[in-house]
Write a protein that binds this ligand. Structure first.
Ligand code: SF4
Ligand code: SF4
Length: 164
């Protein structure tokens, strides 16, 4: 049953809450004014980029081998582990099998839907080939839903983590 919340006289005025909010804004304004740019709460994006912690989970990257081929062997472990159903893989057989690195399949299509992804990192943990990793790339806004479907070719080009 829905519990009724009783507002006090001051709650109903809303003025104290507005003043507290304004106080925080003014505090941050003066703190920004007298703090060096690197330590400020806000940065002038996109001219300045915010440093993100090492554990930050941003845009995915598909790693490649020395010969440029994608490391993914289309095993579907990442897609199975994904709780958001954000990974679509279409596998294809490999005819020109490399004896030094035997594998039967590779992805013909590998798409991540960023509008579904919750950046949990389960796909990275599930991958037996170290093929998919989450980088610290956070500039991933799109102008349409279609742009949120990141293809294999784009995932290969995602910059590596800064510490790599
Ligand atoms: S980070 Fe999580 S939600 Fe996003 S694709 Fe990987 S497993 Fe799915
Ligand atoms: S990225 Fe890794 S887990 Fe996903 S299909 Fe490829 S090899 Fe399997």
């Amino acid at each position: 049953m829905k519990k009724e919340v009783k507002l006090s006289f001051w709650d109903r005025l809303y003025l104290p809450a507005i003043l507290v909010g304004m106080g925080i804004t003014i505090k941050h304004f003066f703190k920004n004014l007298f703090t060096p740019p690197s330590k400020r709460y806000t940065v002038e994006f996109p001219e300045r980029k915010k440093d993100v912690p090492e554990w930050y989970r941003g845009l995915h990257r598909l790693n490649t081998r020395d010969d440029g081929s994608v490391k993914c062997v289309a095993c579907y472990c990442c897609a199975t582990a994904c709780p958001a159903d954000a990974i679509f893989i279409e596998a294809e057989d490999i005819d020109d099998l490399d004896e030094s690195y035997p594998r039967e399949k590779r992805p013909k299509q590998f798409i991540i839907d960023l509008h579904r992804c919750i950046f949990c990192g389960f796909c990275q943990e599930a991958c037996p080939e170290d093929a998919i990793v989450l980088t610290n790339e956070y500039e991933i806004t799109q102008l349409s839903r279609d742009e949120g479907l990141i293809t294999m070719e784009e995932l290969i080009k995602t910059p590596k983590k800064k510490m790599d």
